[in-house]
Design a protein around this ligand. Sequence first.
Ligand code: ADP
Ligand code: C5P
Ligand code: MG
Length: 238
Amino acid sequence: MQKRVRLPFFIGVAGGTASGKSLVTKKIIDRLETTAGKRKQVISIHLDSFYKELNEENLRKAEAGEYDFDHPEAFDFDYLIETLEKLDAGHSVQIPKYDPGLYARSGLITIQPADVIIVEGILVFYDDRIRDKFGMKLFVDTDADIRLARRVRRDVGQHNRPLSLVLQQYTRNVKPAFEEFCQPTKKWADVIIPRGGENDVAIDLLVQHIQDLLRTPRGSPDLEQDLARGASLEDTIE
Ligand code: ADP
Ligand code: C5P
Ligand code: MG
């Protein structure tokens, strides 16, 4: 029998810094949009948007490479779950746009409800309320040396940070927090993607599976529930 899913279908993408979460997410979205046509809308949300705002003292620490952006305390998980609940109920939401270069929010973006909502970030499986929202949980697993090399290139090249501070932040905070908080959440994953964005075989298999899940059979018991939640007939019938 064909499986059915409730829309929106939430997918979580976790993994260490620079593992390729954003690239995997982009590839999934591109391929779903190409193959599922205009009938399925797919969007992504980044956990960065839910960083707590820094007071002056913490901003100074951040600029000195001493603020721990990788600890669960750095994130406002209540705000994220509220946001996901609203999207689940079919409402559009405004979420902060985050600028890592400024260590701050840099405006708001409006997120419209969609058929598939991908939430990516280092700790998206950490809080069970968020974890439980996901119909599919992916963990991007990339070698730590490769992640460090990418991270250095990104922080020095794109964020203009001094190499010494990037390495200090990595050894003091990023690496220990990955081992304590992120790595253990791999156990919640349905699928572990080795090598991240370059793993086209895994990404193609996932896209195919997501399409199968989205193909709701006509007259299914979920149909009335989906319609009551505001989905159109076209959304619910393949
Ligand atoms: P994450 O979202 O997990 O932090 P990203 O997808 O943003 O990781 O990738 C981090 C950096 O590494 C980016 O600059 C990206 O362009 C680069 N990158 C990601 N995957 C690959 C890859 N397979 N090969 C080469 N560079 C990559
Ligand atoms: O995209 P990625 O998963 O790498 O984003 C999370 C990482 O961003 C964390 O490891 C954190 O140290 C880093 N970060 C940062 N500066 C900020 C916000 C986050 O270096 N202002
Ligand atoms: Mg990213």
